[in-house]
Design a protein around this ligand. Structure first.
Ligand SMILES: [Fe+2]
Ligand SMILES: [Fe+2]
Length: 256
């Protein structure tokens, strides 16, 4: 895909499935500063425009329509499901988290004196956001690549790789697939309680409406994200890939 440096980073991020990963690698913020052109963003962050343009031109060009179509995940591969989770939910989650982080900071600074609850909401949000970012990184670095590789081996009837053989049960990289998301855990429940499930009086709406809407969107998206990873886990268990770590032992509801 030809990249035009006069296009905004936000537009480039959605025009190809691999662009967001390139921006992430260079710590180029395509969410909060998504309205800036690639040229301006690189200049401002002192990043090599040509090098980044080259990389962007090489990434996978799967069109966004692939992500928009209705899917029956029971019939699709783990590799396709993982691709969808990473490029739709992980990217979105990172973007939205940064946006909310910034909005919370502004809200606490401007309204914190009158509304001390905001600082507590910020504290809980930052804690769970950190957990979630860490969780997604572990999935992308270890668990997902393993599942893709193992699925490919199964299809070819090759021996399934066991790269994590030396890990004990509690350190095992695939256990990340079982973790509860911080964003649906205790902190998120506390935020719901503190914000009265994001209810705002009409006078508060003007100041906090966008922030609360963004948090509601993220919570909704995270539920769908977790649902898809449940499907992924079931597929992995169904393919016999998770036997070696006996994940079912520690998973509520049991998966094998
Ligand atoms: Fe995930
Ligand atoms: Fe996850």
């Amino acid at each position: 895909m030809r990249i035009n440096p006069s296009h905004t980073v936000g537009k480039i991020a959605v025009s190809s499935s691999g662009a967001a990963a390139v921006f992430e690698r260079y710590h180029l913020d395509y969410c909060v500063h998504g309205g800036e052109t690639l040229r301006a963003a690189c200049l401002q962050a002192r990043l090599p425009l040509e090098e980044i343009t080259d990389e962007l031109e090489k990434v996978d060009e799967r069109p966004m329509s692939w992500y928009m179509k209705k899917r029956n995940w029971d019939l699709e591969s783990m590799a396709d499901l993982i691709d969808y989770i990473v490029h739709i939910h992980h990217d979105y989650s990172r973007c939205e988290t940064r946006l909310i982080d910034r909005m919370l900071e502004e809200a606490v600074e401007e309204l914190g004196d009158k509304n001390p609850t905001l600082a507590t909401v910020q504290e809980y949000f930052l804690k769970m956001a950190e957990e979630q970012i860490d969780h997604m990184r572990l999935e992308e670095e270890k668990a997902f690549p393993y599942l893709i590789q193992a699925e490919r081996a199964l299809r070819r009837k090759d021996p399934v790789p066991h790269p994590f053989r030396d890990y004990d049960l509690f350190q095992h990289p695939l256990r990340v697939l079982e973790w509860d998301y911080g964003l649906l855990g205790r902190e998120w429940n506390d935020i719901n309680r503190l914000t009265h499930y994001f209810e705002l009086s009409s006078s508060q709406k003007e100041y906090l409406g966008h922030l609360y809407d963004a948090m509601k969107r993220l919570e909704f998206d995270t539920r769908h994200h977790i649902h898809l990873e449940d499907i992924l886990l079931k597929k992995a268990v169904g393919s016999g890939l998770l036997d070696e770590v006996k994940l079912g032992v520690i998973r509520k509801g049991g998966v094998g």
